[in-house]
Design a protein around this ligand. Structure first.
Ligand code: ZN
Length: 153
């Protein structure tokens, strides 16, 4: 960051703590060129979310891919793109994953289902049938049955 006094971009952070609002970080910086100090208030940069796949390999969370997947389930259903983006936002910012910044594909799937269920039942069932890869018809029907009775998730 450029020093506000001498304009040279050569500083170090000497202190870093959460600001009172909880959403920003207050950093005390020192210019290594002129030695003067100043403070900045910066939005806390979230580390990227890492997705743990079934085979335990890891890849960065792909927001667009998840949105596309949910959209597919919502085809011709009265679900807005905004609602879908909100589901994805919610998963991305979920506090459960704030520390490890890791989430399994199973957790993502369950989270999507939980949200979809309250938005559109048809989209919910479509997503579930793709995501859970029901091994047999019986378990799928079971799930439908529990949906009818308002049980389950
Ligand atoms: Zn300076």
């Amino acid at each position: 960051m450029k020093c506000p006094f001498c304009g040279i971009d050569d500083d170090k952070v000497i202190d870093s703590r959460p600001a009172e609002d909880g959403n920003t970080v207050r950093r005390r910086r020192e210019c290594l060129h002129c030695g003067r100090r100043w403070s900045t208030r910066e939005a806390e940069e979230m580390a990227p979310l890492i997705v743990i796949k079934k085979d335990k390999s890891r890849q960065p969370f792909d927001r667009r891919k998840l949105i596309a997947g949910i959209m597919k389930s919502c085809e011709k259903r009265p679900v807005s793109l905004e609602a879908i983006e909100q589901i994805v936002d919610h998963i991305e910012r979920s506090e459960i994953h704030q520390i490890s910044r890791e989430i399994s594909t199973a957790e993502i799937g369950e989270a999507v289902l939980k949200h979809l269920r309250s938005i559109d039942e048809v989209a919910y069932i479509r997503f579930m049938s793709v995501y859970r890869e029901f091994s047999d018809v019986a378990s799928f029907l079971n799930e439908l049955e529990s949906l009818k009775h308002g049980e389950g998730i």
